[in-house]
Design a protein around this ligand. Structure first.
Ligand code: 4GS
Length: 221
């Protein structure tokens, strides 16, 4: 998969996308990820990307010209253009699975008060990562890239992907334990030490269901 990111803060993206599974996917050639500075598509001496809102009011608005030029330079018919904004649909695992099937994603990260409304004519989807206000769209883009990358064919090991399947079926994870079997008087449940795989599976299913009921009843409706 190819991913381009358009941002005013390319420095933000070093770190999260250079470690762990995303780094591995990039090195293996499964993910071609390019971070691009929106200012590269300005033409004035000050590399202006924003301006004051018509009608007045606080904050600055992202100008249409650099965004149009950048998207026209980077996108083709095969590109899914995604805008990061709290006004978008809230990103879910189902959307991660859908995006993992695309050939090319282009992330548009805003800053300031928002995008000039005409920029919306360029985009295929507007996505939010949750109901809170961030300083810019960099973190949402990184969150989505992380969630999508681990679903790309060949990125996860076999064990890990089978595991993801069960989790994605709408329940929270069951409790996990490792050695020692007793730690500071806290014991691992006997069933997990029993070697009875049918019983273990039943216990885990029950725990998943109970946890989901208690913590995230909204997932069960
Ligand atoms: C989000 C969010 C966000 C909104 C960007 C205010 C700067 C900021 N983007 N999910 N202007 N939550 N964006 O808060 O996607």
């Amino acid at each position: 998969m190819k991913i381009d990111v358009l941002t005013l803060f390319p420095e933000m993206f070093t770190g999260p996308l250079d470690v762990s599974m995303v780094a591995r996917a990039r090195k293996a050639g499964l993910l071609d990820l390019q971070i691009r500075n929106l200012r590269d598509w300005t033409h004035d001496r000050h590399k202006t990307v924003d301006d004051r809102p018509f009608g007045g009011g606080p904050g600055m608005v992202l100008k249409p010209e650099p965004v149009f030029e950048a998207v026209e330079a980077l996108a083709s018919e095969k590109t899914r253009v995604l805008m990061m904004a709290p006004t978008g649909r809230v990103f879910t695992q189902a959307m991660a699975r859908e995006l993992a099937g695309e050939e090319h994603l282009l992330f548009l990260c805003g800053s300031y008060e928002g995008f000039d409304e005409r920029i919306r004519t360029l985009i295929d989807d507007e996505l939010s990562i949750g109901d809170y206000v961030l300083t810019n769209g960099g973190l949402p883009a990184m969150v989505i890239i992380d969630a999508v990358t681990r679903l790309l064919p060949g990125v996860l090991g076999h064990d890990e992907s089978a595991h993801d399947e069960s989790f994605s079926h709408g329940l929270l994870e069951y409790p996990h334990y490792t050695r020692p079997a007793e730690f500071r008087e806290m014991k691992v449940p006997d069933v997990l030490l029993s070697g009875n795989h049918a019983e273990i599976e039943k216990w885990r299913r029950e725990q998943s269901k109970r946890r989901t009921e208690e913590r995230r009843p909204d997932l069960l409706e």
